[in-house]
Write a protein that binds this ligand. Sequence first.
Ligand code: TRP
Length: 354
Amino acid sequence: MQTEHDIPEKGPAGIHPDDSVPVRRIVSGIQPSGRLHLGNYMGALKNWIDLQTRYEAFFFIADWHALTTNYEDTTPIRENIIEMLVDWLSLGLDPEKCTIFLQSDVLEHAELNLLLSMVTPVSWLERNPSYKDQQTQIAGRDLSTFGFLGYPVLMSADILLYRADHVPVGLDQLPHLELAREIARRLRHFYGPVVPEPLPLLTPTPRLLGLDGRKMSKSYKNCIYVADSSPEVWEKIRPMVTDPARVRRTDPGNPEKCPVFNLHQSFSPPDVIKEVDKGCRTAGIGCIDCKKVLVGHIETILQPAREKRQELSARKGYLKEVLAEGAAKASVEARQTIRDVRRAMRLPDGSLFE
Ligand code: TRP
């Protein structure tokens, strides 16, 4: 699949510096399925914060998507939405620079989902690899629902609704994005050009390991959360397994076999990475020293976010306002697309009897 890495800088008026290339638009979302961990931060949010000044950006909390797998007990979703918003804002996503909103506040997502579902063959959905994966991985939940099968149609609606040029996502989301492109082409085939085909903007992140050396993931309970306190972060990192062959302080270690080093590679500056690599291989530093250095660099990101989080948590009115303003801005674009799609599909509108 074609991807796009050559990004123009956004000029002062939201226009490319040479003034002839309009700023391109991106859209992306995250499900409010729990608090943000460092893997989510590295895999999505850090990138979004960087992109918000270079693109016209729409970021949303995908609460309807959360229902596809959590439809039985929906109680945590409300709380998770607030947590997620606070996580985003405290880390530096800025409502002055991008549009931040809640999916279910913009009903056009549902209308476009319905219209797209009419032209989407079920076979396209059944062959989606994450559909099959999740069916087997999420045990103990009945995922043989219409909504779960239609997950990528709703995601396509999220993207096409904003006529996005690019979608910043991780590798795991590429099959979904391919489907959004196929649906855009199918619309064009039946009704003429309506919405552009979005391109992925792959997030350049190495896979972040968790406390036990497996991929950092909420379901493995091996996460460091963005909202963890300073002592919590240390209490998680201190007992982490390192290179199993490095038994004594005097044994040289192999950083490639060490999940602590994996975290250094994402959070420490290049000279520190080089230093701990050498220190480990020569037994120049011990594992505890190495972990202390790592915590210091993680804290440079988390400490300012913690202060902001505390301040934001007390400002419920402001949070409400951020989502309300975001939904208003998103709705303008969403309504325009719905008008265009309805017209292209020759659906009844105000002019039916004219
Ligand atoms: N599927 C994405 C995830 O699990 C969330 C999502 C929903 C999304 N709609 C989207 C991402 C639209 C990008 C664009 O992380």
